[in-house]
Design a protein around this ligand. Structure first.
Ligand SMILES: [Zn+2]
Length: 311
């Protein structure tokens, strides 16, 4: 569970607040998930047609309503390799939301298919390695090879990025000394700034994948345990600042090992989507590393900070 709040001072960017690597908790997922494992959410099938969810909501801004009204969320895309149905995902979301709602004593989230705030399931090495580990199909040599390849790709891309960034900064500094750039040069610089920003996000996104590969190498032979999880891998909440206010753009889920674990990761990310930060006690949902299924005293304090009326 990561909460990305990069403040890219050098570009004068607002912070992109990525989420959190989260920890899945609970019993191991044995075999294929069964619908019966989850409580059905209160949505009718007509709402679950795929075309209902055809939003490319990433990057769209959502006015956060704070805690005066429930935060509306939609289910975005679920990579089929998760083997997770939409109803199952919605049921897990409902369970996750209920944890905060019980703590607050009132509704805090509402499923709304047209909301610009989406929860997406993004498949990469993290869940791939988790699936292999759970199925007993670990191939450490292969994982090592992939880690080395991804690390080399990252390092080369980072070096190229640094060269471009320094060239950009040097050009900006030169123009600033001359009182500003002509319009054509300004446009070119703005375009380069956007490309650099995108590349930085791509490079940032490779780090938790590398961390996950390293985790699965180092923990070989063990069933992934919630207490083993590396931080900041399972989920990510992206928020963006507008002056003093933050808007939640989307939650990405990358890894879970059980249905209980999925509900936990979602609860943690939904906490971030409200603006909650990590807390220090290890028994908290909002603890950075794998943590609790129920809100702890620290969770209540943090919840009251972002939602003062919550009891
Ligand atoms: Zn987090």
């Amino acid at each position: 569970m990561r909460m990305r709040a990069l403040v890219l001072v050098w570009l004068g960017l607002v912070g992109v607040a990525p989420g959190c690597g989260g920890a899945a908790r609970g019993g191991a997922l044995a075999g294929a998930p069964r619908e019966g494992d989850l409580t059905e959410p209160a949505v009718d099938d007509a709402q679950l047609r795929p075309d209902t969810f055809g939003y490319g909501a990433h990057g769209r801004e959502l006015a956060v309503v704070g805690c005066d009204a429930p935060l509306e969320y939609a289910l975005g895309t679920i990579d089929p390799r998760f083997g997770l149905g939409r109803k199952q995902a919605l049921a897990a979301l409902a369970r996750a939301a209920a944890r905060w709602e019980r703590a607050a004593g009132r509704p805090m989230f509402r499923y709304s298919p047209r909301s610009a705030f989406t929860i997406d399931f993004v498949f990469d090495e993290r869940q791939e390695m988790m699936n292999a580990r759970l199925a007993g199909r670990d191939d450490v040599a292969e994982v090592r090879r992939r880690h080395a390849a991804l690390a080399a790709e990252h390092d080369a891309a980072l070096a190229a990025y640094e060269v471009r960034r320094q060239a950009y900064e040097a050009t900006v500094a030169t123009w600033n000394q001359q009182g500003g750039a002509p319009p054509d040069d300004k446009r070119a610089l703005d375009a380069e700034k956007q490309r650099l920003r995108a590349e930085q996000a791509r490079l940032d996104g490779m780090l938790p994948r590398l961390e996950a590969l390293a985790f699965f190498i180092n923990s070989r032979g063990r069933t992934p345990d919630p207490t083993d999880y590396p931080h900041l891998l399972a989920g990510e909440t992206t928020r963006v600042a507008h002056g003093a206010t933050m808007t939640t753009l989307h939650v990405d889920i990358f890894m879970f090992r059980s249905w209980d674990g999925l509900a936990f990761v979602l609860a943690h990310e939904l906490g971030h989507s409200l603006g909650m930060d990590h807390v220090v006690s290890e028994d908290a949902i909002m603890y950075g590393p794998p943590a609790s299924a129920a809100p702890s005293a620290d969770d209540h304090v943090e919840l009251a900070r972002v939602c003062p009326a919550a009891r």
